[in-house]
Design a protein around this ligand. Structure first.
Ligand SMILES: Cc1cc2nc3c(=O)[nH]c(=O)nc-3n(C[C@H](O)[C@H](O)[C@H](O)COP(=O)(O)OP(=O)(O)OC[C@H]3O[C@@H](n4cnc5c(N)ncnc54)[C@H](O)[C@@H]3O)c2cc1C
Length: 465
């Protein structure tokens, strides 16, 4: 069944008395806020929004959607660029109220609700000097990011977010509650670690934690855009020798108008190198010495910072509600042609919120076998993203065309694979590349756990029967 085949009729009060957290329908107070997602290009109107406060609400909503043949969207942090966490006319399960984070410092683990954001997670875990790999922006949801993979400053040291899962509680398409781990339902556990929301709704994530911080050594080094080529060569050499503790991002963007950057830089197009050392601060200092010896930065800070602050450093660079269109690649290296293309394409950068981002992969990410979890991309050295962002709807066509062209120009240097969490709404044909050699096993799991494709609003693996 596809999304288009499902019926649309009013939900009225039929669902409400089973739901603790309440059901919002068009016109209700809070409906508009709850239906919206991070990407302002997505403007959808579900027939009903189920505000879940616990697993019982999730089960009731799943049962209702299945029994009444309703399109079903699941919203964790609502940051999916393709807008997969909302829908027109169907049921939206809003998990944002289920945002508790319970850290057990003695076992160094955390039980995390599916509505938690990375800021919630870091706040609790850092109270005990603990962390696990989270995203670069603290307002992103733990749920969607982890189920697709989860790349962040700590990933080269501790693996992806999903690699740090010990177990999950899941509500399945037939409304059953199951636990999945290496010992229990291992196939489902395998598929949830990289397979996104295809197989069920996770109502609790159990993570392994690691000692991090409270302060980590960081570098924020900003060069003028004229030096982009040199900066990218420096970046390539810097990462080539970096130990797993070091993660450095290279970005081209307009300096956001926020106090942490000098006012004189606001709005300028710059190339930035942003690094973290995931280990003792003093051990990191020699690793970051090359920053002092390179070029003529217009802003340079190499200093210890609270890990929780680092995780929020870039919040607001791509504000919620603006217009976004993303395209990305994985790269195995940064050859001359790729660096030339990035440098020439970014001399002028359309879109106030556009960010060109090279993320470091490798390290512990690539120490996992490609088929050990559903996330398959264990060979890449970087991701490369053209993450375009702007405010004016009249610029949509121009911005989308610019993004596609830039992405296309980078294709000769790319692996052909793509990160499922960065796929946008017009990239259905790239879904099999996102799951790579694990795609067929995901199809088998889909047939086992969701044969009618109730969970269709995601980077969708369709059952073959
Ligand atoms: C500003 C920004 C920064 C980002 N930075 C990073 C980064 O540093 N690293 C990185 O890896 N990614 C990053 N991402 C991408 C991010 O991983 C995806 O956008 C991810 O989908 C966000 O998760 P969410 O819970 O906020 O999304 P949502 O939009 O709520 O959900 C995404 C998908 O997951 C499904 N889903 C949500 N919750 C559940 C659940 N409990 N059970 C089953 N399925 C569920 C949804 O149905 C949807 O298909 C970033 C995204 C943005 C917008």
């Amino acid at each position: 069944m596809t999304a288009d085949d499902r019926v649309e009729e009013p939900v009225s009060g039929r669902l409400e008395h089973h739901i603790n957290g309440g059901v919002l329908e068009p016109g209700d107070e809070g409906y508009d806020e709850s239906r919206r997602v991070w990407n302002g290009m997505i403007d959808k109107f579900p027939a009903a929004i189920v505000r879940c406060t616990g697993t019982a609400d999730v089960i009731a909503a799943v049962d209702y959607a299945r029994e009444n043949d309703r399109l079903l969207a699941i919203k964790g942090g609502g940051h999916n660029v393709a807008g997969k966490s909302t829908c027109d006319g169907g049921i939206l399960i809003d998990l944002s109220l289920m945002n508790s984070v319970r850290v057990d410092p003695s076992s160094e683990t955390a039980r995390v609700g599916p509505g938690a954001k990375w800021a919630d997670f870091d706040h609790e875990a850092q109270a005990f000097g603990l962390a696990t790999t989270g995203g670069f922006i603290s307002t992103t949801g733990v749920a969607g990011l982890t189920l697709g993979g989860g790349i962040g400053y700590l990933a080269r040291k501790f693996g992806l977010s999903t690699d740090n899962l010990i177990g999950v509680d899941v509500v399945t398409a037939d409304g059953e509650f199951v636990h999945a781990s290496e010992a229990e339902n291992p196939g489902l556990f395998w598929g949830l670690r990289g397979g996104g929301g295809n197989l069920g709704i996770v109502t609790c994530f159990n993570f392994e934690l690691h000692g991090v911080g409270p302060e980590v050594l960081t570098a924020q080094v900003v060069h003028p855009i004229e030096d982009a080529e040199d900066a990218l060569y420096f970046y390539k050499e810097f990462m080539a020798d970096a130990p797993n503790e070091v993660a450095c991002y290279a970005t081209v963007a307009h300096v956001p108008e926020v106090p942490r950057f000098p006012e004189v830089l606001h709005g300028q197009i710059v190339v930035g190198l942003f690094a973290c050392y995931a280990g003792p601060v003093d051990k990191g200092r020699p690793e970051f010495e090359p920053f002092a010896d390179f070029g003529d930065p217009i802003f340079a800070a190499v200093h210890p910072m609270r890990y929780a602050d680092l995780q929020q450093f870039f919040d607001g660079g791509q504000p919620r509600g603006e217009r976004y269109y993303w395209k990305s690649h994985y790269l195995q290296s940064l050859p001359e042609g790729a660096i030339d293309t990035i440098a020439s394409r970014t001399e002028s950068l359309p879109g106030r919120y556009t960010q060109i981002v090279i993320e470091p992969m490798g390290g512990a990410i690539n120490e996992v076998d490609e088929t050990e979890t559903a996330y398959p991309h264990r060979n890449a050295a970087y991701t490369f993203g053209v993450f375009s962002g702007w405010g004016d709807p009249n610029a949509d066509d121009e911005m989308i065309a610019w993004t596609r062209n830039f992405h296309e120009e980078m294709s000769p240097y790319a692996t052909g694979a793509v990160y499922s969490n960065y796929l946008d709404r017009d990239e259905e044909e790239r879904i099999s590349a996102a799951y790579g050699e694990n795609y067929e096993r995901l199809v088998e799991l889909k047939e086992e756990w969701d044969p009618d494709n109730l969970f269709s609003l995601n980077q969708n693996v369709q059952p073959s029967s």
